[in-house]
Design a protein. Structure first.
Length: 255
């Protein structure tokens, strides 16, 4: 492709250049576009190139957005979303502060938890070590206990109800990445909310994936990988996690 300037009206070579830019590497195309402008090209064409470059770094690829979109679906670019980067940085500082507080200073520890999380109900407790991406996207109800070693990737939002028990080393992943390698490399990420309803017990070592809801009163066996939602009052376990039997014969827990 020659790099000489073209008339303002544009010709086949110019149009081919822009198409090559759209389907090819954006940074390479932008460099060529700048050289083209310096050699006398029209401002309108450079403006078009810059617009395409901007859109390619801020607009999700079509293959990345499901149709129809699930409820609560989010998509964002973790490389260019400065608001998320700021939230993540603040979260790291608050996590470090939380981990420095001695266990015996319960009041100070509880205040630090309230500053870290988006919501924390009465008599709820979380044992460190603990890791999350943002903290502000996690809401915990009352009388809930989260044991040590829990990881919550909360970019898609995590809601935990009342009287919930979460065993050690449980992972809640409300985010994921595209299967397409170029989209992953470009920084695209999606989020789907995880909802843990009231009176749920999650055994140690479980993994909960994006978009999962675990219904009220259900019990998840240790080391299960929960890929789909679990109905209320169910005993479920395995990889992938499946319902073993109903717990409806048992007395439904009351608040």
């Amino acid at each position: 492709m020659e790099e000489t300037a073209v008339p303002a009206g544009g010709n086949r070579k110019e149009r081919g250049f822009i198409v090559t830019f759209v389907v090819g590497d954006c940074c390479y195309g932008l460099r060529r576009g700048l050289r083209y402008r310096l050699r006398g090209g029209d401002d309108r064409h450079l403006s078009l190139l810059l617009s395409i470059y901007y859109m390619s770094h801020t607009t999700p690829p079509l293959s990345f957005v499901p149709s129809p979109q699930p409820k609560g679906y989010r998509y964002y670019n973790i490389q260019s979303d400065t608001d998320r980067q700021l939230l993540a940085s603040r979260c790291k500082e608050r996590l470090q502060a939380l981990h420095r507080i001695p266990v015996e200073k319960r009041a100070q520890y509880h205040r630090a938890l309230q500053e870290l999380l988006g919501g924390l109900g009465e008599e709820s407790w979380l044992v460190t070590p603990f890791f999350c991406d943002y903290g502000s996207e996690i809401e915990v109800g009352s009388h809930t206990f989260i044991n040590s070693g829990c990881t919550m990737l909360d970019g898609g939002h995590v809601t935990i109800g009342d009287y919930v028990l979460i065993g050690p080393s449980v992972s809640l992943y409300s985010v994921g990445h595209p299967l397409d390698l170029e989209e992953r490399a470009a920084g695209w990420e999606f989020g789907l909310p995880i909802i843990i309803e009231d009176h749920v017990w999650i055994g140690g070592g479980c993994t909960i994936l994006p978009g999962v809801t675990i219904g009220r009163g259900s019990v998840i066996g240790a080391r299960s990988v929960v890929t789909k939602s679990i109905p209320p009052m169910s005993l479920a376990m395995g990889n992938p996690c499946r319902v073993i039997r109903s717990l409806s014969d048992s007395a439904d827990p009351q608040d």
